[in-house]
Structures are given as structure tokens and as C-alpha cells.
Design a protein around this ligand. Sequence first.
Ligand code: C5P
Length: 397
Amino acid sequence: MHVLLIISGGIAAYKSLDLGRALRREGHDVHFLLTAAAEAFVTPLSCAALSENPVHRELLDVTQEAKIGHIQLARMADVVLVCPATADIIARMAAGRGNDLATTVLLATTAPILVAPAMNPIMWAHPATQRNLAQIEADGCHVVTPDEGLMACGEIGAGRLAEMDVIIKAVGEAGTRGPLSGKHILVTAGPTFEPIDPIRYIANRSSGAQGFALAAALARLGADVSLVSGPVALDTPAHVQRINVETARDMRDAVEKCLPADVAIFAAAVADWRPAEYHDQKMKKQIVELHSLAMVENPDILAFVAQHQNKRPDLVIGFAAETENLEAHAQDKMRRKCCDWLVANDVSGQEEQVMGGTRNKVTILRKDAAAETLDWADKQDIADQLAMRIGQWAMNS
Ligand code: C5P
């Protein structure tokens, strides 16, 4: 796992260096992130040497942002561990501040967040600290409760950083949690290829980028993801089970084999039609010119799953690429295909090219709520935002 270890400025910071080493021994890839105050206790050089990774320090560091920006950092982490967590960083997290790199990443990540506090017993017991801890726990952070004992400041009481093996165990467990853990999610992505003869086929411009980004984002939230993909030039996201298909009929069969699923998301651009006849031999130019190609309709995989007799997933999400009257067409599609949510996007290319491009702008329609339009964003960001909403749905259902 990629563990992002945020060190804030407390005397227990020195222990985080050993913790980083121990996490590496457990097989994790560790990235250190230091707050400004942490640098008074430990040096970036020690962190870099121990992790063999760049150390992340300043929010507004131009070179760092160019190489690995705060959003990429937030996305890269499978688990974020704040250790030691001072009263101050806990207060800033509780308030939703993003006033340095650490708090910005904490706001931007969808990975599980572990907080290991360490502070003077009076600070620990202070009602403000306890109030802030309750708030971050309500926001989904997991707090590794500090021990009682003799503190560096000479006082005795609660507030000493938890033992290293307790924190390491919590990191291991956090990696298998997340709002979607235990959920099986099926995602279709990419185009389908509909063969005419051994050489030629009918296809479309879908790159699969949005569906793959979504599969990755869902896996990061702990889902068990099956990704049924048409032919695309993309790497399989981490922790995702990929099934490759070519035609719409193959895709339907693969999807059916993946059921049951808790959630099914249909991001594939399935060809609506296929050539009625497949020619075993390469067709001669003259024949193609003389005869127009007869076509037959492909199965509608989304409608098939959304109306499945006994294996309908609890949440069925369709995508709709439209070139005009986006919302009206999408509403109509949602009703016709019996899906629960529909993610509509404008592929007219009037504002920006979506198909084959890196960015997207979507409107999310839900059967039981008002439509919501997300701003233009990187397909990864759109995926994270969608995955987060699916995570919220899972927690409320
Ligand atoms: O092509 P259309 O606009 O009807 O696609 C809307 C939704 O239906 C998409 O989610 C797409 O993945 C799905 N679909 C499907 N099987 C088809 C056609 C579309 O699953 N044959």
C-alpha cells in the first residue's frame, strides 16, 4: 500500500521516522509529508533517506506542484496517517481548513485517514481538543487512541503516542476499510468493436478513460471492482479485476457472469448496432460498394441489468453522452432504461472535446433527488467525485 505519513509538530515526531521504517518493512511504500512545525523536530533529509521517496513539504512549492501536486498526492495514497497529530492539526482538520499542504491533502483525499494524536495530557483532555476529535471521527477519520503514562513534558496522564505495533496494525486494517468495502461494483468501460470481416470493424471514439478512472476511484474506497472493458489502450487500475471483451454481445455475457453486484455502472460506449452478417473472409471492395451494410440492433446491457428478474443491483447507474438537449434526453433515458442514477455529459465538443480528451463536465441525475452539475474537471477528479457520492449512498443504504 502507499502510505502517506503526515508528521505534525510535536516531540513524538522523532518516533515517526522509526514508524516509517517499520511500515516499509511491512511492505508499504511510505511518503512523508512534513508540516512546517514538524521540520523543527525532524529533518526532510532523514525522511527522504528512510522512505527513499521525495519528501512533501510546502503547499506553494512550484517545483513540487509541477512534479506531484497536492491532488495527485491525495489520490496516490491508499491510507493517510497523521502521526503524531498535534492538537493544532486536529483542530484544523475539524474546521475543514486547507491552510497548508497537510490539511489540503487531508481535504482532497478519499483514502481512509488515521490520526494518531500525541500531546500533553492537559491539552489532550481540553474540551476543545475532545470536541475536535469527536468532529473528525464524525467526518470518518479513525483515531488511534493515545496511551497513558509518563510524558516527555514530565507529566503523567493520557496523551502519549500509541505503541508502534498498534499504529501499524491500524494502518493494515484501514487499507481494507473505506465506505465501499464489502461492496461488489461492476463497471463497463470503453467502446465495443463490431466486426464486419476479419479485418474491418465498426467502433467509436470512446477511450475508456472515464470508466477506468471510476473503477480506480471505487477500488480506492475499498470496493471490490469488476471492470468489463472494450478494446482500449489503458493499464488496469490497482486492485481491479478486469475482463476484456470486444463486442456488445461479449460485454453482455461478461456482465451477466459478474452478477450479483451491489452497484453496476455502465460507462461503456456500446455500439447500438452491429453488421447483420459477419464475413469469414475479407470482403472485396466491389461487394461493399455495391451493397449497403445491413445492421441489426445490439442488446442494451444497461436495460438488461436494470430490469433483471432476480439479480438487479441495488444501484444501477447509466451514462449518457448527448450532443443536444442534455438534461431532457438524459431524463428520458433514465426512465426508459430503468436506472437509478444517470451521469450525462455533453459530447458536442462545443465547449471542449470530451471523447478522447482528459476532462469532462457531467450532470448527475438521480431518480429521487435534484440534478447536480459538476464543473469541468479532469476525468480522475470527476471519478473521485462520483465515487464519493456512491460511497455516501452506500453508507446511507
Ligand atoms: O447509447 P445510449 O445513449 O443509449 O447509452 C446510455 C447508457 O446505456 C450508457 O450507460 C451505456 O453504457 C448503456 N448502454 C448499454 N448497452 C447498449 C447501449 C447503451 O449498456 N447497447
